[in-house]
Design a protein around this ligand. Structure first.
Ligand SMILES: *[C@@H]1O[C@H](CO)[C@@H](O)[C@H](O)[C@H]1NC(C)=O
Ligand SMILES: *[C@@H]1O[C@H](CO)[C@@H](O)[C@H](O)[C@H]1NC(C)=O
Ligand SMILES: *[C@@H]1O[C@H](CO)[C@@H](O)[C@H](O)[C@H]1NC(C)=O
Ligand SMILES: *[C@@H]1O[C@H](CO)[C@@H](O)[C@H](O)[C@H]1NC(C)=O
Ligand SMILES: *[C@@H]1O[C@H](CO)[C@@H](O)[C@H](O)[C@H]1NC(C)=O
Length: 363
């Protein structure tokens, strides 16, 4: 049975990458999608680096792809839905071997990554390295299409970036020491400084249209609730406090970038609002459970053991991930990703603004 499953997976993987690379020619006037960030956006880049921060084994992928792709989800992640809404094929991981044509865009995101090189260092592709990969792509496309056509592609393209959660969780989950010597405001200032530097570098290559999310209440993820002494079920407020400082600084930084960079347009999704609403009122959004993960072990299945390959072999798995907000201890389900992606695509200014992604793709 195991070998049969492997064969099927292998076949599907090949089939899907062949489709992407060879059989489709770009639709006329398509807008490319370039993606940076962490596990919320990583379609499997970490499969190709040496790390334990991986999800390329069962039960990841069980409900949609039917094989584990490396996405930290039972199915799709937000960029998959955005690509679908934009009439693009699935955007593959940059590190996936094969002859990428890049004209639809490419995905550089890496699970566990932060804006700071120190966050989960050695296990992830940090934001700066993701940017260096993007610069490599700009060079290759310049050679392939000519500088003028490449510049047009980069200026029409949409850039999705989701970063920060790991900068604020890793100080608690690892022994990263950068935070200890700084105030919250100084630490957040470094995260935002590295994010705005990245945006400015993409802008220099022609990028104008950016889609971002702020942070949800990080301390309410099952993984972080485990840090509350006595496992009372309440959220771990120290992580959420950092997210609050970050969200205020992010709003301010984006307004400043808009003034500084001519033609800079952005869609910021208020993930704090959308995730808080689902945490507080799961039934309203079709979930039966928002406090416990579908897959994992320990209290709230908050121990990051889903799949049994990160040192802890035992884990529990729910029967129906679509009843859950969280698939594993810190990643939301296919169903939740779809809801968030829809809000990013067509949300009104109270959830996504000043543009939504649909408007950015048309702009
Ligand atoms: C940059 O592109 C070249 C040519 O495809 C490739 O050989 C090289 O590995 C790339 N480097 C990085 C860091 O992606
Ligand atoms: C942090 O360091 C201490 C002492 O070296 C060690 O006992 C502990 O396991 C470490 N924690 C993590 C999460 O790495
Ligand atoms: C970016 O992060 C590094 C630490 O990784 C920090 O030393 C640097 O000051 C940050 N850059 C900005 C502009 O804040
Ligand atoms: C989320 O939004 C609520 C309501 O506006 C606010 O009280 C809270 O501080 C926000 N939390 C974060 C992490 O931004
Ligand atoms: C945002 O506004 C729409 C109508 O414009 C409304 O249906 C929705 O409930 C609002 N969402 C929030 C989070 O306030």
């Amino acid at each position: 049975m195991a070998s049969l499953r492997f064969f099927v997976c292998f076949f599907l993987l090949c089939a899907s990458s062949l489709t992407l690379v060879y059989s489709r020619s770009p639709p006329k006037n398509h807008v490319a999608l370039f993606i940076f960030g962490d596990s919320l956006f990583d379609p499997g880049n970490n499969n190709y680096i040496k790390t334990i921060a991986r999800a390329n084994y069962w039960p990841y992928g069980e409900t949609f792809f039917k094989y584990p792709t490396g996405r930290f989800s039972d199915g799709r992640i937000i960029p998959d839905f955005i690509a679908e809404f934009a009439n693009l094929p699935l955007i593959p991981p940059y590190l996936q071997p094969g002859n990428h044509q890049f004209t639809y865009g490419i995905n550089f995101a890496s699970a566990g990554a932060g804006a700071l090189a120190e966050s989960n260092q050695g296990l992830v592709i940090d934001l700066k390295t993701q940017l260096s990969y993007f610069k490599n792509v700009t060079k290759l496309l310049g050679q392939k299409l000519g500088d003028a056509e490449a510049k047009t592609l980069f200026s029409k393209a949409v850039y999705l970036i989701n970063i920060g959660a790991n900068d604020y969780m890793s100080p608690f989950t690892t022994n990263s020491s950068v935070l200890q010597s700084l105030s919250r405001e100084e630490y957040v200032g470094m995260v935002i400084g590295n994010l705005t530097d990245t945006i400015k570098e993409i802008y220099k290559k022609g990028g104008r249209k950016f889609g971002l999310l702020n942070l949800g209440p990080l301390g309410c993820a099952p993984m972080m609730k485990v840090f509350v002494p006595g496992n009372t079920g309440s959220c771990f407020e120290e992580a959420t406090e950092l997210a609050k400082v970050h969200n205020a600084a992010l709003s301010k930084a984006l307004l400043e970038l808009k003034i500084e960079l001519e033609g800079f347009k952005y869609a910021k999704h208020d993930f704090n609002i959308s995730s808080s609403e689902r945490l507080n009122n799961p039934e309203k959004y079709g979930f039966k459970e928002a406090g416990i993960a579908c897959c994992g072990s320990g209290p709230y299945r908050g121990i990051f053991s889903c799949g049994g390959k990160r040192g802890v072999t035992e884990y529990e798995l729910c029967a129906d991930p679509s009843e859950y907000l969280f698939f594993d201890s810190s990643h939301i389900t296919d169903k939740a990703n779809k809801q968030i992606a829809e809000l990013m695509w067509r949300g009104t200014p109270n959830t996504t603004g000043p543009y939504n992604l649909e408007a950015l793709f048309e702009a």
